[in-house]
Design a protein. Structure first.
Length: 227
């Protein structure tokens, strides 16, 4: 597994490099945002550990750029602990968020958790699925290519957004609690808070615009509207 570490502090970058290589990961490093985008697009790493405070463009902008064409897992690093930063990071497609100083051991655990969630292709429901496409209103969900179109427009989703979408549209009208969403779309044991699920729902609503099919059932959870 190849991990791209984007960090402008050489001391932190070296610590991460040592810890990741000790666990058997191949490590690439970048110190600036634009360099990170170029390396990611060229070498296609399996995951990015991305510092927010970079010298040229910040980590949020790097993530936004990569999210246009990729659902590559991203773990943000930052010295800021403000909730707004965590929310912004999740809204633009980040998979996790760690505040400096942090334990390399905890980061390794979070990397493994993110990869488990990202690689789990069929965690959604117990029934065996044989179809390659789901249809829901104007949506076409290609389960093999992980592509979603709304009418003639392709909608680029992160891996977790895709799983959340599939879970909801497979069962129109059924209400899922946040705990059920966590266990069935994220997988049991994922390091995810309820707030993260809310952020992903908000992101889906934003990406599908006028086709607002996700309903909030106050005090319970979410469901896809019956068409």
């Amino acid at each position: 597994m190849r991990v791209l570490v984007v960090e402008d502090d050489p001391r932190i970058a070296d610590v991460l490099d040592y810890a990741l290589k000790a666990e058997g990961y191949e490590v690439q490093k970048a110190q600036r945002g634009r360099e990170a985008i170029e390396v990611a697009q060229r070498s296609r790493p399996d995951l990015i550990v991305l510092d927010i405070g970079l010298p040229d463009i910040d980590g949020f902008e790097v993530c936004r750029t990569l999210r246009k064409t990729s659902d590559l897992p991203v773990i943000f690093l930052t010295s800021r602990s403000d909730e707004i930063d965590r929310v912004v990071g999740l809204e633009i497609g980040g998979d996790d968020y760690m505040v400096k100083p942090f334990s390399p051991r905890e980061l390794l655990a979070r990397i493994k958790a993110v990869r488990r969630r990202h690689d789990r292709v069929v965690p959604i429901s117990p029934e065996t699925r044989s179809e390659s496409e789901l249809r829901y209103g104007s949506l076409r969900i290609d389960l093999e290519k992980f592509r979603v179109t709304s009418g003639s427009r392709e909608v680029v989703l992160t891996a977790q957004e895709f799983k959340l979408l599939e879970l909801l549209v497979r069962h129109p009208g059924r209400v899922f609690t946040r705990e059920q969403v966590l266990n069935r779309a994220w997988g049991e044991g994922g390091l995810v808070a309820d707030r993260t699920i809310d952020v992903h729902v908000k992101s889906l609503r934003k990406k599908f615009g006028k086709f607002d099919f996700i309903e909030t059932v106050r005090g319970i959870g979410y469901r896809a509207r019956e068409l």
